[in-house]
Design a protein around this ligand. Structure first.
Ligand code: PEP
Length: 262
């Protein structure tokens, strides 16, 4: 049943996207706090996605804890003369289990095409990383009522290149671009409609893959709206930007996810 992944008792995932923030000292303080407060969660996988230079630090501090870690981007190529790029195999060397793919801050600023994003998705899977694929529409697209068409097209690129089965054991994060970093989150009803659309689309092509797909919501999640968002059917957790830089706020969000999954 495609609904299963969002039923109570299914494990939630909460991902901290630190973006280009942090330093060795601050990270250590933050991670020590996360370990102390979040290690006991039974129904939530917590993931921290940090800038590349800090992945070694995450590996050292998190390796014997239940908290997983990952990167915020990966090269579409496996190896070679690609100055400044970091490969999926390199991320595995530093113990990464997850990688964010196609975040709108990257696709906008660095002109990443849907095809590039699809290639990154597949290279991550090939190397045993769980891709966290970001999809979402702009405000203009939402106001024009074409948000499902836009998100559907983003998914179609991957489906057409590799098939719907690649979504099994993957993560999609619905991130309306107008909600990222603006303080204006999608309402539970808006998020529910889009998450239902995404799972339904994958399910119509491959029901087994849809069952094993997690769909997160990202965009101005805070400790208050997390409580309402995480109980919505088909919302399997969150991708958290700003509030992941504040230990107390992030921990409250993780606790809300854990509570909603019990
Ligand atoms: C993000 O960058 O993925 C994000 C959701 O950011 P914020 O929580 O700050 O909106």
């Amino acid at each position: 049943m495609a609904q299963q992944a969002s039923q109570k008792n299914a494990k939630k995932i909460v991902v901290a996207n630190w973006k280009m923030h942090g330093n060795l000292k601050q990270n250590e303080v933050m991670l020590t706090d996360f370990i102390a407060t979040l290690s006991g969660l039974k129904h939530t996988q917590v993931v921290v996605c940090a800038p590349y230079p800090y992945l070694a630090q995450l590996q050292i501090l998190l390796q014997h804890t239940p908290i997983a870690w990952g990167a915020q981007n990966v090269a579409k190529n496996e190896e070679g003369p690609f100055t400044g790029e970091v490969s999926a195999a390199m991320l595995r060397d530093f113990g990464c289990a997850y990688v964010i793919i196609g975040h709108s801050e990257r696709s906008t600023a660095y002109c990443e095409s849907d095809e590039n994003i699809a290639q990154k998705f597949m290279v991550a899977k090939k190397h045993g990383l769980t891709p966290i694929l970001c999809v979402g529409e702009t405000l203009i697209e939402r106001e024009a009522g074409v948000m499902e068409m836009v998100v559907g097209k983003q998914l179609d690129t991957i489906i057409n290149m590799y098939g719907a089965e690649v979504f099994a054991d993957s993560v999609i994060s619905y991130e309306p671009i107008w909600a990222i970093g603006t303080g204006l989150a999608a309402t539970p009803a808006q998020a529910q409609a889009m998450h239902k659309f995404i799972r339904g689309k994958i399910s119509s092509l491959n029901a087994g893959a849809a069952d094993r797909l997690k769909i997160l919501y990202g965009g101005s999640v805070n400790p208050q709206n997390a409580v309402q968002l995480f109980v919505v059917p088909n919302i399997d957790g969150g991708l958290i930007g700003k509030c992941s830089l504040n230990a107390q706020a992030f921990e409250e969000i993780c606790l809300a996810a854990d509570e909603s999954a019990q």
